[in-house]
Design a binder for this molecule. Structure first.
Ligand SMILES: Cc1cc2nc3c(=O)[nH]c(=O)nc-3n(C[C@H](O)[C@H](O)[C@H](O)COP(=O)(O)O)c2cc1C
Length: 202
């Protein structure tokens, strides 16, 4: 199983990074091949609406997405991890999301079959400082559409409120263990048995 993960926080060693690392540890120990991409460290610009992908399904912007598209296509599971910034995903994560437009065109305009015939699975990990009931509502919608564009079914994720200072996630009673267990389950169990939250908003 190939799992591609995106870490969307610029704070390396921060909460999102630690949460994702726990997931990765669980998945690797269960036998998956896992890659982690720090979105802060790669060069991915936003969509520029040039329209070049409209006829080909391929993006022409010359940046690091060139290497990332084939990785997305070849993966079985994609994990996006992002902190909440102004009730949104981080801008690094948003650039990735926008650039999935080329795959959206492949799927919905050019009606291309899924790459390698795979229906991928998508998981979202997120956290924020506040405790708002609807903190993850908007971002989940965004991520659901991202996964849909890259031929992945959004399964749900892990969501933590009240996490602010760098590495505060370590003080949370279960978060890192939850992520580790989820990483293991993704490899060993069918999606319906994955220990994740399907909708964190009431
Ligand atoms: C620019 C910025 C905007 C933020 N906006 C929100 C917000 O709207 N809601 C919230 O709950 N937390 C917000 N936070 C807090 C972060 O989500 C929180 O500190 C989180 O733990 C950061 O995760 P990280 O260590 O992975 O970067 C914001 C933080 C920053 C730096």
């Amino acid at each position: 199983m190939r799992i591609l993960t995106f870490q969307g926080s610029p704070r390396i060693g921060g909460n999102t990074d630690l949460l994702l690392d726990s997931f990765i540890k669980g998945a690797k120990e269960a036998g998956a091949e896992v890659e982690k991409i720090h979105l802060y460290r790669v060069k991915i610009g936003p969509c520029i609406e040039c329209g070049e992908c409209d006829t080909t399904g391929e993006c022409v912007i010359p940046d690091d997405m060139k290497e990332i598209y084939p990785k997305i296509d070849a993966s079985d599971v994609i994990v996006v991890a992002s902190p909440i910034f102004f009730y949104n995903i981080s801008s690094y994560t948003q650039a990735l999301v926008e650039r999935s437009q080329a795959r959206w065109v492949s799927k919905y305009v050019l009606k291309k079959a899924p790459p390698f015939g795979k229906e991928k699975k998508g998981i979202f990990l997120s956290l924020g400082a506040t405790k708002g009931k609807r903190l993850f509502e908007g971002v989940q919608r965004v991520i659901r559409y991202f996964f849909d564009a890259v031929y992945a079914k959004y399964e749900g994720g892990l969501f933590y409120r009240g996490i602010e200072k760098k590495s505060a996630i370590k003080e949370h009673p279960s978060a890192l263990h939850d992520a580790y267990k989820l990483g293991q389950a993704v490899v060993k169990a069918p999606p319906e048995n994955w220990p994740l939250v399907r909708d964190p908003s009431p």
